[in-house]
Design a protein around this ligand. Structure first.
Ligand code: ADP
Ligand code: MG
Length: 319
């Protein structure tokens, strides 16, 4: 759905240049939630704004659906942009307008009649759970409610792609949860493709199918979240499951890149007569699977056989 290839963007300030995008390739499948995670200044917002060409990259191409956006200008570019909704960290609501006025704003700009607008705004507010807030003003809403308004407004023009720039970064954990659940439900119900950027690993863990880690204007790794977790040396795996640095020579890191029914640890001790001591790690729901990463100390004559047994059963063993 989104294919960006070879994106470069350099900002020229008075005395220095900032390479905000330094050769980024981004591939987002239709209907997936793709998260780009990275520290402040990594280039995430520049990337997001390049996808709808609010920022024109110096080089590289951006295709969204059937449209090669980088080849469009003027009215055709504006028309293509209507297929791409955007949600902002600080909501960007108009304080002088009611909730309904905010959500209907893009429709007004597009010249949609008052009657059609009213119907559509009603549907959108129901969709995001704000059916009773049409006449409220932004100042009367909680942060979570404001973001729901922002999401409803982004959906007003029936986009097939939603871009989200740190949509939950200004929210508390419980509200973050509810907004992430809403985004996932919208993806499921409307078949949206969602590209979100965040500096929170938790967002990746909770709703992303695919992810990229961004640093200094480039992707360090990118792919399906579960594939990355199952890849030796994955930065994403390390960031999602930080392990204590207390391993000795007999320690190994064992990754379960998906749900398993088999009780591997007790099986190991029985079958291979090894002693297993868990040093750290955890098991969590990631992309709908029970994924785990453990640092363990394993001793015994048949240690090597035990580790092979784990590898043969699809676990990742890193020594
Ligand atoms: P992130 O969203 O990951 O924090 P940004 O894409 O906002 O990163 O910024 C990447 C780099 O580009 C930063 O060093 C930032 O200061 C710089 N930058 C972003 N926008 C501009 C701009 N309009 N003019 C100059 N420098 C910019
Ligand atoms: Mg940013």
């Amino acid at each position: 759905m989104i294919d960006a290839v070879g994106l470069h963007k350099t900002y020229r300030l008075k005395k220095r240049q900032v390479h905000a995008l330094n050769g980024v390739d981004l591939h987002v499948e239709s209907g997936e939630i793709f998260g780009v995670v990275g520290q402040s200044g990594a280039g995430k917002s520049t990337l997001l704004r390049s996808v709808n060409l609010l920022e024109r990259p110096d080089s590289g191409s951006v295709r969204v659906g059937e449209e090669e956006l980088t080849s469009l200008r003027g009215a055709r570019l504006r028309a293509a942009r209507r297929g791409i909704g955007m949600v902002h960290q600080h909501f960007a609501l108009l304080s002088s307008r009611t909730v309904a006025g905010n959500v209907g704003f893009p429709l007004e700009v597009a010249g949609v009649s008052r009657a059609k607008r009213a119907t559509r705004v009603g549907e959108l507010l129901e969709l995001v759970g704000l059916g009773d807030k049409a006449r409220a003003y932004p100042s009367q809403l909680s942060g979570g409610q404001k973001q729901r308004v922002g999401i409803a407004r982004a959906l007003a023009s029936d986009p097939h792609v939603l871009l989200s720039d740190e949509a939950t970064s200004a929210l508390d954990p419980a509200t973050t949860d509810s907004i992430l659940s809403l985004l996932r439900r919208l993806r499921d119900e409307l078949g949206l493709t969602i590209l979100l950027i965040t500096h929170e690993m938790d967002v990746i863990k909770r709703i992303c199918d695919s992810a990229a880690i961004m640093e200094d204007g480039a992707f360090l790794e990118s792919g399906r979240v579960l594939d990355l977790i199952g890849t030796p040396g994955s930065l994403l795996a390390r960031s999602l499951f930080p392990l204590p640095d207390n391993g000795g020579p007999e320690s190994v890191v064992i990754t379960y890149p998906r749900s398993f029914d088999e009780p591997f640890m007790s099986e190991l001790t029985r079958r291979f007569d090894v002693d297993v001591n868990i040093l750290g790690g955890g098991v969590e729901q990631v992309a709908g699977q029970s994924v785990g990463r453990l640092s363990v100390d394993m001793r015994g004559e048949r240690r090597r056989e035990a580790l092979s047994y784990l590898s043969e059963h699809g676990l990742l063993v890193e020594e």
